[in-house]
Design a protein around this ligand. Sequence first.
Ligand code: NAP
Length: 528
Amino acid sequence: MITGKNYIGNELSSSGMETYKTFDPKLNLETEWTFHEATKEEIDGAVSKASEAFQSYKTFSGEKKAEFLEAIAEEIEALGDEVIQVYCKESGLPEGRAIGERGRTMGQLRAFAQLLKEGSWVEATIDTAQPDRKPLPKIDLRKMLLPIGPIAVFGSSNFPFAFSTAGGDTASALASGCPVIVKSHPMHAATGELISSAVIKAAERTNMPDGVFSNLNSSGIEVGQQLVLHPKIKGVGFTGSIKGGTALYKLANERKEPIPVFAEMGSINPVLALPSALREKGLDWAKQYAGSVMLGAGQFCTNPGLILGIKSTSLDVFINALGEEIDKLEPTCMLHPNIHSNYEKGKKEMSSQGGTDVVAEYEKSVAPNYAQQKVLTVNGTNFLKNPKLHQEVFGPFSVVVRCADAKELTEILNRLEGQLTGTVLGNADELKLYRTAVNALQGRVGRIIFNGVPTGVEVCPSMQHGGPFPASTDSRFTSVGVSAVKRWVRPVSFQNWPQEALPEALQNENPLSIMRIVDSEHTSKKIE
Ligand code: NAP
């Protein structure tokens, strides 16, 4: 049952008077549920409980935390069809997508559980003492990664499961040993409450401390701001817009004690279409790219918003084919009227920029909140001189740039803002021939794709989801894949510490049998 209340640790609470509702974009109507905005006292309560819970949670073994994460996955599954129906209602996304995203979310939780059971992720590094070293003896030093404290998580509108309540940020923070307070996304608060109920059930079932997880409702930015400014919050995970992410990043840095903010934000994901790809497979790529631009009503951070090619007949053929393929596809429903109106605004602004021409535009009338796709083209000179054309339009929208030559192409890539992904369409020889452009692209992105589409983010250890600013606030880290756990820990060195007082990962006996670096060698052996 959806109560509309906040979870302050294990307790449901609704002490505030302010309420709001979520929206069904397909019916173009508010949903039946009413949510209570979290009050200042409730925020304080959640953070104090999290801070208290941290004292024991941070000491739990990998096995125990893994049991918790696996229980969350089981409890999400046990929510059954109800959560799928609620997800579809609040997002307008189809059932197949909801089921797939739920599977991905449970998969993420289980992957972190595996990581914890294996245990080597703590990067235990040991330099044993050398009392006889000349001219000075060497002391015993042992370093490992330890959790930083309560984390505030801001989920995104477009992934109500995988990048929200129990998504990658929450799973990775809980895996690291940090309690989590979720600022629920106002567009899918009911989905968020159901998922929160699963996390709380799992926490109770596996005897986690009260406060290891909380979920706060809010329809405005104040609750999030208060959370980020709260002295007991020690880190922030954010997935959403560049505007929101940078605002929270600035806020966190203005605190008396600044804290890390790992914000994964927007991107236009440049695609470099090299001559052979256009000449030999242009029609094929046009079809694939039409599908990629339109996927999920274009509401993906990896949506291909910029395609770059060098002026030629085959580029013209590709552009025409892309237009025709896009025209064949039917518009789909966006997540929310606000997302739809921002899309319309962005599309209009881009279309009004000098030098742009329409490649495709869906003009038939559509139901409310459905996104009419649009593709523009512009030459390289106009693109270079107008940074407005570099902006993300969140939806089924893309710009194809006709560059004068390889030099202009490279200049555009060098001037582009940081991106989550970059793609090269071509052949292996062209990677050498266009080395300067390819290197420029690599310098701007977190993931570089060869002959593919950027949409679709595999969850596995080698995935990098995060790129130079403004794609994310710290390009050294990823928000997808098990390495995401590294965002919530810091290295601590234990100098000359007695064996029995050391964390197990650093003890001579290596009771966890993990891989460690001992005196510069990778080994899982104990220290004799
Ligand atoms: P959003 O509008 O930035 O909202 C994300 C969350 O942050 C919401 O809970 C929002 O609360 C909160 N928020 C936004 N601005 C804030 C501020 N100034 N202070 C405090 N809280 C603030 O983003 P969205 O509409 O959910 O998602 C769409 C965007 O996310 C797109 O740009 C897309 O590219 C990006 N995205 C990125 C990734 C990635 O992995 N990099 C993945 C998915 C989506 P309120 O709504 O209550 O303001």
